[in-house]
Design a protein around this ligand. Structure first.
Ligand SMILES: [Zn+2]
Ligand SMILES: [Zn+2]
Length: 147
């Protein structure tokens, strides 16, 4: 990804920056939004290094964004994705991620009914769910159509 693109994005979205977001949080969020795929903390560091970022800076910003529900962490690839903002994150909302193996694009969807059902199923086995990240891996439509 071009650093230029991130900067452009940064300037255009600076006006609508979420209240209370620090400069670093804003830069990390802009980078994630500009990326067409998920980014690991190290990829974020590479993008933002010449803006004074170090590893702890990246992690602190990611933590801040995650607490606000603006980013999500994907466990299998240990990478991060910007929330698609079409839903409001509450404690009981657990999104489902569908990731393309070819291009790395991520679809985020929320289906509370499905997730409640899943929780109830494991509760019947005596298990209590406190947190969950559901990741589905496969091929997105554009990639499938290319074949
Ligand atoms: Zn989200
Ligand atoms: Zn794809």
């Amino acid at each position: 990804m071009e650093t230029q693109d991130i900067l452009k994005n940064e300037i255009s979205s600076f006006a609508k920056v979420k209240e209370g977001l620090s400069r670093n949080e804003h830069l990390v969020l802009s980078s994630l939004k500009s990326a067409k795929t998920t980014l690991t903390a190290y990829e974020l560091l590479d993008i933002l290094r010449d803006r004074g970022f170090r590893a702890p800076t990246v992690y602190r910003a990611l933590n801040g964004l995650r607490k606000r529900g603006l980013t999500h962490r994907l466990e299998r690839t240990r990478s991060f994705v910007a929330c698609n903002e079409k839903h409001v994150h509450q404690d009981d909302i657990h999104p489902i991620f569908a990731m393309c193996n070819s291009c790395g694009s991520v679809l985020e969807l929320v289906d509370s009914k499905l997730m409640n059902q899943l929780s109830r199923t494991v509760e019947q086995l005596g298990f209590t769910v406190s947190d969950s990240v559901v990741e589905l891996h496969g091929s997105c439509m554009p990639c499938r159509e290319k074949k």
